[in-house]
Design a protein around this ligand. Sequence first.
Ligand SMILES: [Zn+2]
Ligand SMILES: [Zn+2]
Length: 193
Amino acid sequence: MTIAIIQTILPIFLEEETQETEVPAILNEKLKRSLHECEMICRHAGIKTGEITDIRVNPLLRSAWGRCITDRINGTHKIEINEALLDDSVPDLSLKRTIIHELCHTVKDGHGHRKGWREAADRLEAVYGLQLSPANSAEDLLVPSSLSQVPSVRYVFRCSDCGLIIERYRRSKFVDSPERYRCGNCGGTFEQL
Ligand SMILES: [Zn+2]
Ligand SMILES: [Zn+2]
């Protein structure tokens, strides 16, 4: 009797555990390898990138290709990547461009897309011909439209304390009145770039 009950319940648990938000480990491993290659590319171009403690797919990240989250206490960074970039149909270069874009945020004064970021990006564009624009569209990255919900970035904000970057694609309450919002990372205020 007990066995029969377990047999009917177990498959349901197994099914739930493997549902959606679960990211296959192989994708995060691929990201780690790609990160290593991208760090080498930056190094060869003479760019000193910051310490990355983690890189992973964020299945909930739909409004951007990637993002770089900086720990304001110890200055290390975590990179999150849009799952669409790991699809087999998307060229590897599109993933690398995105990782390198995020790595440019880890250089000294690399927050936002101003001085530090811009200098690193300009250098990589000059040395490797990489297009690292913050507003890459799905077309730019050769991501099939069926996989992507990422439109072009029109509004970029930065937390003045921890450097968290918020990119937005259309007007919203936040875009209209960023002063009313506080950073979810550290409680700081936002400035528009
Ligand atoms: Zn950026
Ligand atoms: Zn912050």
